[in-house]
Design a protein around this ligand. Structure first.
Ligand SMILES: [Zn+2]
Length: 339
């Protein structure tokens, strides 16, 4: 899922987002509840009406943002209390309120409010937050009033396999339409993230989507698919695109670099995107001149690239050749084949 934090995938029209091959997009509850406000979003036709996106939309619960923005004031069994990064106002978010906001936003998939802890942390703290996340997941399920909105639970438990599997089992016994692995990609080594993902996925229902939140690099996507993940969201393709970095099968290219100055080749001859109709030299010029088209074109290319590697993964799985596909991509990216 391309990330549309403020009800827009930064710099792209909705037709351009669709042309990247994306099926589903993500909006951030925290940001949209603060501005313009979820009631305003509802009056403007919800996220679908505002954006014109006719595919599925997933909204997060706000949990990760309020913890990651270090805005948290207090956490109790009842609610998370935090300060708005816009005007400093104190806001109290309960699991029930998070669901009410997401129902107003009109997303197709709502995430439960979870208690995220910064890692590394004491095991007691991680366990406490994990157990609270399970209780909050139950409250979210009870608070839901819209039949047309799926609810996904979030597995927590830090880097502790025992806590993760316990959390996954308890959530799997509840009636959610999908399951996410949360609290990862927060600075731990990729090998740690893969270890936790590999231990968690077997505990989750096989016939429901598994979503790894906030991940990641192209290799992280494929390594996680190998361990049982179906769905991802990440700002990497768009954020890196805005900063002049393009992902390719041969690794990444930096367009602020003078090496591209008189290069007539496209980023990737096989890529169908708008950016790849232009030369590397032109793209480098756009970044050098700080023109807005540069970040737009590289965002389009990177989103197209991410969708292309996922399409390739789906096709390889159907052929029964995913391992070979992963090994080939890793060779191109210069990653060690056995990692
Ligand atoms: Zn391209």
């Amino acid at each position: 899922m391309p990330v549309g934090t403020q009800a827009t995938v930064k710099g792209l029209t909705i037709d351009q987002v669709r042309a990247t091959g994306a099926h589903m997009i993500l909006g951030n509850t925290y940001h949209l509840a603060l501005r313009p406000g979820h009631e305003t979003v509802r009056k403007l036709g919800g996220l679908h009406g505002m954006t014109g996106w006719d595919g599925p939309i997933l909204t997060d619960s706000g949990g990760f943002q309020i913890f990651s923005l270090d805005a948290i004031n207090d956490i109790s069994e009842e609610a998370a209390t935090f300060r708005s990064h816009l005007d400093g106002a104190v806001i109290r978010l309960t699991p029930e309120h998070s669901i009410e906001i997401q129902e107003s936003l009109g997303s197709d998939v709502a995430m439960v409010l979870d208690h995220v802890v910064a890692l590394p942390a004491e095991r007691d703290l991680v366990q406490d937050a994990m157990e609270r996340s399970i209780r909050w997941a139950g409250r979210c399920l009870n608070a839901a009033t819209r039949e047309d909105q799926a609810k996904f639970a979030i597995v927590q438990g830090g880097l502790d396999v025992e806590l993760r599997t316990q959390c996954a089992r308890e959530l799997a016994s509840m009636d959610f339409q999908g399951y996410a692995v949360g609290g990862l990609s927060v600075g731990e080594a990729p090998s740690e993230m893969y270890r936790i993902t590999a231990a968690t996925c077997p505990e989750l229902p096989e016939d429901k989507p598994r979503y790894l939140m906030g991940v990641g690099r192209p290799i992280d996507l494929l390594e996680s698919v190998a361990r049982g993940i179906d769905l991802f969201d990440c700002v990497m393709p768009t954020r890196n695109g805005r900063n002049g970095l393009a992902f390719t099968d041969g690794g990444s290219l930096k367009f602020k670099n003078a090496i591209h100055r008189e290069d007539n080749r496209p980023i990737d001859e096989t890529c169908p995107c708008l950016a790849c109709k232009h030369s590397r030299g032109y793209l480098r010029h756009l970044f050098n001149a700080k023109e807005m088209l540069g970040p737009i074109l590289l965002s389009i290319h990177n989103l197209t690239y991410y969708q292309t590697i996922m399409q390739g993964a789906r096709a390889a799985i159907e052929r029964g050749e995913f391992d070979a596909y992963l090994a080939e991509k890793k060779r191109g990216w210069g990653e060690v084949a056995s990692a």
